[in-house]
Ligand binder design. Sequence first.
Ligand code: C2E
Ligand code: MG
Ligand code: MG
Ligand code: MG
Length: 284
Amino acid sequence: HAKRLGGDRQEVFRPILRPLGRNVIDLESELRKSIKEETLGVFFQPIVRLADKSVAGFEVLARWKHPKRGQISPSEFIPIAEQSGLINELGLYVLEKGAKQLAEWQQRLPMPQPLFVSVNMSSRQLLRHDLINDVKAILSRSSIVHGTLKLELTESVVMANPEYSAKVLERLRALGAGLSLDDFGTGYSSLAYLQRFPFDTIKIDQSFVRPNGRAARPVILRSIVALGHDLGMAVVAEGAEGESDALELLQLGCEYAQGYYFGQAMSAEEATALIRKTALAESA
Ligand code: C2E
Ligand code: MG
Ligand code: MG
Ligand code: MG
């Protein structure tokens, strides 16, 4: 909103607004520039099958290396993009890059079970009428396997406008997009979302996955996994940081995990090397 301050008004408010407002405005225009010049990074964090640690797919994560300030966290620049509306350009950029990479992988490195890629969506993107056409165009111009381009939405994103979201999600699904419920368990009434929206995948939030000293943790984890599976959904655990996490998740019946133990967000080249390794292991 600071952006709307005009010349004269800015003069009046400058002494108070400068420290914070100025910084945000600079960051926003620099972020806009990095999207336009395609220097904004698009990285890939592996999602693996716990049974054999093979790569099943990747979550696409935006990475921004600021020319002066160095690496800036998405938790800082995504909110700035959301407030200014730039998230629509950013989201489309990440979606297009992610889809392009997925199509290339599926063509060059076909796997017994096709790879997937999953892209985060903000609520502004979901509520934008062009989203369906954008996804349709992306899917029709590439030969991506049905259901393997997934969109990740959190409960708060779909709940910003539940009626409209339910309709959009149905249409996206009909177009062949996959739908993942991100950060599951962090909202209010999680169970309702599983019935109401056509998700095919649940991603359990890392706060349930990482050891937190609570006795109920494995019980809750096991229940979420069973619930997902009974509803015919795939279940991914987020934030697996150690070998013991991976082992425990496997024992609880969870089939997919994502986390530093298996790999951080990496460049497309590094991700390609990892896929090659999985492909080799599977053909051996
Ligand atoms: P998210 O969608 O829940 O993404 C997972 C976050 O957890 C990522 O942080 C990832 O680096 C981090 N993570 C993965 N494994 C581990 C682990 O083992 N331990 C710990 N401590 N953290 C782990 P990141 O990349 O900083 O992204 C933060 C959030 O920013 C994302 O949360 C997502 O909501 C948002 N975001 C990132 N890229 C985009 C984008 O392109 N579009 C939109 N709309 N949001 C994005
Ligand atoms: Mg996500
Ligand atoms: Mg998440
Ligand atoms: Mg998150």
